[in-house]
Ligand binder design. Structure first.
Ligand SMILES: [Zn+2]
Length: 124
């Protein structure tokens, strides 16, 4: 019952002009942060994978993915440049367009420029 009330209070606050403004500002900051960018990219990949019917991603794979990134120490495995764990992007080893699936065993961390270079080479 208390939770219900709390939720209602939050809903009212979120819908008030002040709440909306603060929420918008938070969202904007979040979207521009590396974490937000990464998340947006992830969401986009998920949508694409779902569209192609190759979405086999499960929630626990997020944790494994984070570990994979940490294991690189922030270095791109391809060009060995240091870019930081937060800036590593998700690359599909077998591209979705070539029959690859969106699952932990088909992804690897990579820097943004290697990732886009690879995409160009494969003609995606
Ligand atoms: Zn690289």
């Amino acid at each position: 019952m208390v939770i219900e009330k709390e939720r209602e209070r939050k809903r009212i606050y979120n819908e008030s002009p002040r709440g909306k403004q603060i929420r918008l500002r938070c969202e904007r900051n979040y979207n521009e942060s590396p974490k937000g960018k990464e998340n947006r990219r992830k969401q986009w990949q998920k949508r694409r994978a779902r569209k192609l019917n190759v979405d086999f991603w499960e929630p626990w794979m997020d944790i494994v993915w984070e570990q994979m990134k940490i294991q690189t120490n922030g270095y791109c495995p391809l060009c060995h440049k240091f870019i930081g764990v937060d800036k590593l992007t998700m690359d599909h080893i077998i591209p979705l367009s070539k029959g690859g699936i969106h699952r932990i065993d088909n992804v690897q961390p990579m820097c943004g420029s290697c990732n886009s270079k690879k995409s160009n080479k494969l003609g995606l």
